[in-house]
Write a protein that binds this ligand. Structure first.
Ligand code: AMP
Ligand code: GLY
Length: 421
């Protein structure tokens, strides 16, 4: 079968790499892909906003299944469009994608189905929101409703910070804001919990913890993710049962009561407080770099899982995992998440040898005349599997040292909670 993948990050290279192992797949097309995917798939440069052109290419090449990596096309309804045109697509439809596309949509489901989450208020103008901050405790959390590439969340230590963030959001920093969300600050430890769903059956797809901040010690600006490890140190059977019973199952029921089903990966960002889960946010896709960290642990055929999800057959599909620790370090362009140079050659990348348990997934890279250049903020993802997180990290450090790329940087403390504490 021919398969298409939408996206160009480390997550999509990892998906491509895992799908490539399936005997059922003849050819993979990446829209648009990166230098890493170009080695194992065909990169196709079509503007992702041009859905008709994408559809024409997919139909004319007889691509039978499309996997959507990032949130933006999902929230904009790419799945509904493809399915209307008889293209089998893995990912949630537009209604279900509101779980990530609108934080207020998710909060309303939480309220209706009694899903544990931070207490919250919704405000449709800055005056009322600012009045509210006169009589609340700090810290509190102010959030833009829609997609904001991880930047629409403000943890506010005092009224001044809260009022400024309210003004920024209503002034349109993340697009037109009809409503704003103000939340209680939850104090605990975060964990990401993943499932795959076919609309009827849900199966666990591992846990992870990412490091979102740019600087060591989890300080500095928010990024897409500087590294991750799997499993989370917090997971246990009792907690997993609670997550499914109190959070995931009622969410899927809430969608089904609205006449929608959930097909695809679902990523719950949780705060764990005394072994009790609270929902912070949903993402309607795999995380990046959590995906790069989790997929190397998968023993089963990823294609079979995805195909079964599209055919409501997940119940009969086994998902098996290697019992290993996995850690991922993301190499970024100096300056990220702010301004950075583009088109910088990454030398010596061909000198890195990868053993059975080591992976190097590309993100913002392109290939020109046999050389790899950085073209994005997050550029390469090094992953290693082993029996200890410390060993994973040391193996990765040794690989990165081989590179000759002065314009790159990475966090040396990824996984510090499971390695150094
Ligand atoms: P989100 O984009 O909703 O995941 O928020 C980004 C980050 O802000 C999360 O990963 C948390 O670290 C933090 N955060 C969001 N909401 C809360 C909350 N209610 N309490 C504490 N931290 C939060
Ligand atoms: N690593 C965070 C995310 O994918 O949203």
């Amino acid at each position: 079968m021919k398969v298409g993948i939408i996206g160009s990050g480390g997550r999509e290279h990892a998906i491509c790499h895992s799908l490539k192992k399936s005997k059922k797949i003849r050819e993979i097309y990446c829209f648009p892909g990166n230098a890493g995917t170009s080695k194992i798939a065909k990169n196709i440069d079509i503007n992702l906003n041009d859905l008709n052109k994408l559809k024409e290419f997919i139909t004319s090449e007889k691509i039978e299944l499309v996997v959507v990596g990032p949130e933006k096309p999902l929230v904009e309804g790419i799945v509904d469009f493809f399915e209307k045109n008889n293209i089998k697509t893995f990912g949630p439809n537009k209604i279900a994608s509101q779980l990530e596309g609108s934080k207020i949509f998710t909060k309303k489901i939480c309220e209706k189905y009694n899903i544990p989450t931070a207490k919250f208020g919704i405000f449709n103008n800055s005056q009322d929101a600012i009045l509210f901050t006169n009589k609340t405790k700090f810290p509190l959390v102010v959030k833009a409703d829609g997609l904001a590439s991880g930047k629409g969340v403000y943890i506010c230590e005092n009224k001044n910070e809260a009022d400024n963030s309210i003004k920024e959001i209503f002034d349109g920093k993340f697009g037109e804001a009809k409503n704003i969300l103000i939340e209680e600050f939850l104090k605990g430890e975060e964990m990401s919990y993943f499932v795959v769903s076919d609309g009827k059956t849900i199966k666990s797809f591992q846990t992870a913890q990412d490091h979102k901040r740019v600087l060591e010690g989890d300080k500095g600006k928010n990024t897409g993710g500087m590294g991750a490890y799997s499993p989370s140190r917090l997971i246990n059977d009792e907690l997993e049962k609670k997550i499914l019973k109190k959070i995931i199952n009622p969410t899927i029921k809430g969608l089904s009561d609205m006449g929608s089903v959930y097909k695809g990966f679902l990523y719950a960002g949780l705060m764990i407080i005394n072994n009790e889960p609270y929902l912070i946010e949903y993402n309607v896709r795999m995380g990046d770099p959590e995906c790069q960290t989790i997929l190397p642990k998968l023993k089963s055929d990823l294609f079979e899982i995805i195909y079964a999800s599209c055919n409501e057959n997940l119940l009969n599909t086994k998902i098996e995992w290697h019992d290993k620790k996995s850690l991922c370090i993301v190499l970024c362009s100096k300056g990220y998440p702010e301004e950075y140079k583009k088109n910088v050659p990454i030398k010596n990348i061909d000198k890195i040898t990868l053993d059975k348990n080591d992976y190097c997934y590309h993100a913002g890279t392109k290939e020109l005349n046999g050389e790899v250049y950085s073209v994005g903020g997050r550029v390469l993802n090094f992953v290693s599997l082993s029996d200890s997180f410390r060993e994973c990290r040391n193996v990765i450090f040794d690989k990165i040292k081989i590179l000759n790329w002065n314009e790159g940087f990475y966090r040396k403390d990824i996984g510090y909670k499971v390695i150094d504490e």
